[in-house]
Design a protein around this ligand. Structure first.
Ligand SMILES: [Zn+2]
Length: 142
């Protein structure tokens, strides 16, 4: 998939604020975070749907998200972290990991501005802030 956005990020052809990387998976900041720290975890190999991921690969993504979530709870002082696949936007399986400051963060008006049938992306953060956030989160894997 030469023109897939997330394959290109996985190949380092497009920059991202990387939080974690190994030979099979990559975690980086969502460009339109619901909350600061909102990260995406993707397989480097192209799969459209999460249900088609080989079990070992799916487990690596989940394990990475668990590690991130534990860290997010500490640094953002949140009680819960959302973890979900939606299949929306980029046709390359990606898991969202979102520090939840409010129970409705992952179903909020900010994320669903046009109502449940529509979709508006939350605003982007300045690059400098993203650099700092990515650095804070990558400490989970140090
Ligand atoms: Zn892809």
């Amino acid at each position: 998939m030469d023109d897939c956005l997330f394959c290109r990020i996985a190949r380092n052809e497009i920059p991202a604020h990387v939080v974690y990387e190994d030979d099979e998976i990559l975690a980086f900041l969502d460009l339109h975070p619901i909350r600061p720290g909102h990260s995406l975890v993707i397989p480097k190999q192209h799969h459209v749907w999460f249900e088609d991921l080989p079990p070992d690969l799916a487990a690596r993504i989940t394990t990475c998200a668990q590690q991130l979530a534990r860290h997010m709870k500490r640094i953002y002082r949140v009680e819960r972290v959302g973890f979900f696949y939606t299949g929306i936007h980029v046709p390359h399986a990606h898991a969202h990991v979102v520090p939840m400051h409010h129970n409705h963060d992952v179903s909020s008006q900010a994320y669903l501005l046009d109502g449940a049938g529509g979709f508006s992306a939350p605003p982007q953060l300045p690059a400098e802030e993203n650099r700092r956030i990515a650095q804070d989160l990558s400490a989970a894997f140090a």
